[in-house]
Design a protein around this ligand. Sequence first.
Ligand SMILES: [Mn+2]
Length: 329
Amino acid sequence: MLTDIIQLLDNIKQILTCWCAGYWREICAKKGSRCYRAVHFIHGIWDKKTLYWLAMFFLVVFIWMLIYRPKPEKDNRYSIPFPKECHIELNEEDVKNKILFVIGDVHGCFDELVELLHLAEKEATGNQILPIFVGDLINKGPKNVEVLRKVRSMDAYVVRGNHEEVVLREILRQKLDESYESQFKYNWAKELTDEDISYLQELPYTISIPLFNSIIVHAGLVPEVRLEDQDFRNMVSMRNLEKHGDKLVATSKVFKEDRLEPESPPWGSVWKGPEHVYYGHDATRKLQIYARATGLDTGCVYGGELTGIFLNGPKKIISVKARKIYKQP
Ligand SMILES: [Mn+2]
């Protein structure tokens, strides 16, 4: 291989030196001119050994560039620390003999969560349920700490929502500056223990379940962008897609009476898979059912419902009504 490269470079050298010698000699009419001297200097050092070291040098530079090529800067909505694993995958062992139940945005609606889990257990007829939450467990609602502790105590999975991120941001700000006062709506977070905070901090952005050809994410995914190249800000905030030239751009505008369509369709209606994505974050559109995406935020905290879907077993959508309007939309 190396001999071939040397041979090739030697051939190139032959061509170059012939070209140089002939051409440069003509244009550098004077034998003592700088151009003439330069050509002969290069010709002089242009031996096999030099070529070998030159080839080695470029090879090392090439490998170094491959290893250390600049990776795009990753950042999230509030520039808070990332979890150790941003994208996790559940394998066969993780989901074996379990009924997967994906639950929409809870937002501190503890009583409704307990009721939904009871209902799910009935539906699962004795089989073990594995709840997977689409994020936004906390904030806005009446019993945020209770919801977080309950979920933590369960064998369950959760992805990061924008509300987990905003609470982490507030906690971080307070740690950095003791005089910093969070807004009243985040007061409940003062009750969180270090374990609660670490739990929130390590929530991944997505959970993939290849066995069920599914991905769980809080807000959405931009079509035709690989999972590892998705923008972390979009994953917790997007609702719609807009066409900017050839590119599909995520936007987070809130849907109101068809105001956005058709220029800004819900991202789920555009998503072609191949995976089926389960998500939340879009309470105003309520339950969204598309060919390859299902939106589960049915606005429990706004007096709507708390909704969950079975990925296997009963394979259906169930929901419970909110006990009251905890927050005005
Ligand atoms: Mn959200």
